[in-house]
Write a protein that binds this ligand. Sequence first.
Ligand SMILES: [Zn+2]
Length: 535
Amino acid sequence: MSQQVLIYDTTLRDGMQGEGMSLSVEEKLRVAHALDNLGFHFIEAGFLGSNPKDAELFELLERETFQADMVAFGMTRRRDSAAQDDPALRALADSYAPVCCLVGKTWKLHLEKVTKVDPDENLAMIADSVGFLATQGKRVVYDAEHFFDSYRDDPEYAVRCHRAAAEAGAEWVTLCDTNGATLPGAIAAATEHVVGQLAGGPRIGIHTHDDSGCGVANSLVAVDAGAQMVQGTVNGHGERCGNANLTTIVPALQLKLGYECIPAERLAGLTDAAHLVDEICNVSPNPNQPYVGRNAFAHKGGMHVAGITRDARTFEHVDPAAVGADRRLLISELSGKGTVQARAKQTGVPLEDGEATRVVERVKELESRGFQFEAADGSFDLLIRRETGGYEPLFRLESWRVIAEKREDGRVKTEATIKIWMDGERYLRSAEGNGPVNALDRALRSAIGDVYPHLRDIELVNYKVRILDERKGTGAVTRVLLDASDGVDTWGSIGVSENIIEASWEALVDSLEAGMLPRRSHHTRRGAGEPATRQ
Ligand SMILES: [Zn+2]
């Protein structure tokens, strides 16, 4: 039987230290359900006693059902008070969470320069705090902060800190690379040493940060050295360079190293869960993220695509379906008929040889004018339909107009008016926006959202502009790339014109029309807790 490694998620606590990360209590609850759906074993929900928001979250969590063990996070007791008199430890003892995680100092540099606590007193603080929670019936995870820095300076003292927690009743002790300073060789050696020293006692966890670019690698080598629990965050969110990325670690442990972390059917929900968490956190997903990024299984160029079609192992390190990802075949001048046919089949429009040849010719012609379909899969899906007669526009344009006005007080106001026809009726709408594209987008949606409610779920998540021939100055061609999302799928669209607003309009219309294609329009916004459906 393969060995089990438990997954301990700290997205809601350590992950919230990341730049721009701030979630309401309700949003945190949604994230907790997403993590629970993945089958993670521990969910560290918050720093109890640090703020009223986290206390409120624990009250909400208590009312709902989770398979994961909820963890309340806190610190070892203050230097000058007994553990049972420390209000923060009392809050942990009183919380409903069955598991408490305590962080304590390990590194003498910190004791000397930061907390000014004597090393022996620090050991007593660890033992008292862990002991108090254990006698209150809590399962205790002890996180040794800066463990690896301490181990480098004074391995004996680092291990004594762990032993203090172990003897006081900790179920787990976690080795933390809090500054992210350590490289894999040192992590492996120290972990192996501690596992030997504490044999027969608590089990060992690993908590790493990515400051050296080794957060994932360090977690993996620690597991190979005997750690049985990995702490990290979804998508690697966290302060500075981020925490160890569970979204990368879990498939690596499970698909490559043969450890058992979460059930295979849960792993197949990884891509959706990773995107959902980013969406709730209002962060653009990193397209190049391993396993779950938009480009993780994107193939470009005839030889790659031909290889993939013959045997996916030629150019893929794992089966994308194992992590719930879609294979993407990128369309560019480099690609031939085979790529176009494979891509068309994926989107539900199988092409005859002759049709595929026509599409390839059309792609070449458009690319010579500045189009580029690699990142514009939505526009490409529409192009296939335009070439094969399966395309129906959402509306007929009569006209649009944008006015940008700068006032004496320095403010710039933008207003757009559109006139369009749908089902024989004329719609005239105006909207204000923070810029011309935003104003056009709002006017267009206000008109067609009534007829196609699904479009209200579609958001523009990215807007990129590139000037294609800068030698011509203002006469240059502008390429606009838009990414849109309905909360489940993300797709790209493109517009090219000498006029930036016209290019944006083209991309905007494509993004909405592509969102209405059958494989997308069945999506409705998924609530937390519901299983992912993909096609
Ligand atoms: Zn941390």
